[in-house]
Design a protein around this ligand. Structure first.
Ligand code: 6LW
Length: 530
């Protein structure tokens, strides 16, 4: 027996999809409006995961510039903050080629607009993913199933033209993966068991049955996984009497809440597993957003799969090679995050520093990209620090630059130097109610010393309940706390997680060509045990 720890991918890692190829597991997650998009993680033992690339890594593949975030009214009447962009990718492999199918959502609610596409590569390590080929359906969450006879089928959550639930239904059509040509009319497979937001389909074949796994209930408190099966790939699909086979609804004592959107897969030894989405919720706070959890699956021959609720730790027979993979070198900057499609000419990399060109786009712009680069927050107890160079050329200029925790254009908080005013400011953008427009507040500020040194250090410490913002002008002196922000202000019903990163903003409305702002030694260090 071996001890497994959860989450397997922490921080901003929803809708995990997995494929096993030659002893290596590859996992992809949603990335919404963040570029590069669709992070790819690899593991040999389902425990140590390394980000090896991003499937959307060239701005020409998918344009995220106009990806908006907006308040969306949910079925139950609540409002959520819905990010657009890359939703729920599925990864599959067939005879030497990896495929990812995905949706790019550019509007939500009444103006729902989603482009579905697939990309492929024969070398996942190199990361030269193709340009997207379109998939023809109106909906989200495409999946791909390749049958033993080589025929390929796209499943997806089709949006129904009505305002009543089920709102969406699972349909399927056959596709020629080489040309992208649709080979059959979409056919409805199943409307789900609960029939509320029936989404996230994945199809599997086992013991003479096709099994259709879906997410239902919406991605928050009522989220769940349900399953149906049929002897014929076209249906009819029979509902499992034990549905939902996973949910946290009605289980307030479970730490991992909102569980759903999952993937079933076998390890090299034939054991079944599932990766599922969940949040670590304490007093309504889940600062890292939706994350990926692993659960063992019991799937007897001819029977239905059963899975326990995800725990932070569980025992299970070791799977695959026991090789620990911690020593696999992480590719430089593979985990960088930009807001929407960036202009790469705003960034200059040196070995331990990055320079940003200040632009008039703030972290709050609803479209376009601020001058920002960061890393996903992976630990609840995290520490981000950076040195900001106080260049002569910037002093007195209309530039605000610093370190931020960024959720979306509705919510962020930053500690920054206002070069024009000679101050250090803690500024927060928040919305107490997703249905209300966000407000911007200066939580605190102080004056930069008369004779500032070459650099100032900025830091953000996080824990379950707070982000604490601090600075020091002399690296050998203790940190001075400027203030703190409640993590609740960055959490509500939403899709994304938090990103810690640096930004540079030109505060004039004219196209002021400011000097580069240089940050050195940006570190984001997780302090969590697992
Ligand atoms: C995704 C849907 C869902 O498309 O949330 O949790 C949506 N499930 O299946 C966005 O991640």
């Amino acid at each position: 027996m071996q001890t497994y720890n959860n989450p397997i991918i922490s921080g901003f890692a929803p809708d995990p999809s997995v494929v096993l190829v030659d002893g290596t597991y590859f996992l992809v997650t949603s990335s919404f409006h963040i570029f590069p998009g669709i992070p790819i993680y690899a593991s040999k033992d389902l425990q140590t995961w390394v980000q090896i690339g991003n499937a959307i890594n060239r701005p020409e593949q998918v344009d995220l510039t106009n990806t908006i975030t907006k308040a969306v009214k949910l079925h139950g009447g609540e409002t959520m903050i819905g990010a657009g962009g890359l939703f729920a990718p599925t990864i599959r492999y067939d005879r030497g080629t990896f495929y990812i199918v995905c949706t790019n959502v550019s509007e939500e609610g009444d103006d729902f607009a989603a482009e579905n596409f697939y990309i492929s590569t024969t070398n996942i390590w190199k990361g030269d993913w193709s340009d997207p080929k379109p998939l023809n359906f109106k909906g989200i969450d495409p999946s791909l199933f390749i049958d033993d006879d080589g025929r390929a089928y796209i499943q997806g959550a089709w949006r129904l033209d009505r305002t009543e639930q089920p709102y969406s239904t699972i349909k399927q059509y056959e596709i020629d993966l080489h040309t992208g040509q649709q080979l059959s009319e979409p056919k409805e497979l199943w409307q789900g068991s609960a029939q509320v937001y029936t989404e996230g389909p994945h199809l599997y074949k086992k013991d003479g049955y096709y099994y259709l796994l879906v997410a239902e209930g919406g991605t928050f408190e009522d989220h769940m996984i349900s399953i149906a099966r049929s002897k014929d790939i076209l249906g009819p699909y029979e509902n499992c009497q034990e549905n939902p086979i996973l949910t946290a609804a009605g289980k307030p004592d479970e730490l991992v809440q909102d569980t759903g959107h999952g993937e079933l897969f076998q390890d090299s030894e034939g054991q079944w597993w599932a990766t599922v989405l969940g949040v670590r919720k304490v007093d309504d706070r889940y600062p890292l957003g939706r994350e990926s959890f692993l659960v063992p699956v019991d799937w007897p021959e001819g029977g239905w799969p059963r899975m326990p609720h995800p725990q932070l730790q569980f025992q299970r027979q070791a799977c695959g090679s026991r090789a620990k993979w911690a020593c696999l070198p992480q590719k430089l900057h593979v985990d960088d995050c930009h807001i929407r499609t960036p202009s790469m000419n705003l960034y200059r990399r040196q070995s331990t520093s990055v320079s940003l060109r200040p632009t008039d786009a703030t972290l709050a712009v609803p479209v376009g990209s601020a001058s920002f680069v960061g890393k996903r927050q992976r630990s609840i107890n995290d520490k981000a620090t950076v040195s900001l160079v106080l260049a002569e050329a910037n002093l007195g200029k209309p530039v605000v630059a610093g370190l931020a925790v960024y959720k979306d254009d509705y919510r962020s908080a930053s500690i920054a130097v206002d070069f024009g005013k000679g101050t250090i400011i803690l500024r927060q953008r928040r919305t107490k109610d997703a249905a209300q427009p966000p407000e911007e507040v200066d939580v605190n500020q102080t004056v930069l010393s008369d004779h500032p040194g070459d650099k100032i250090q900025l830091g953000i410490d996080s824990c379950q309940t707070h982000y604490t913002f601090q600075y020091r002008e002399d690296p050998s002196s203790p940190w001075t706390v400027l203030g703190s922000v409640d993590t609740l202000d960055l959490t509500c019903r939403d899709f994304t997680g938090t990103i810690l990163g640096v930004f540079a903003h030109n505060t004039t409305l004219q196209n002021f060509e400011g000097d580069w702002v240089t940050f050195s030694h940006l570190t984001v260090t997780g302090q969590d045990q697992s």
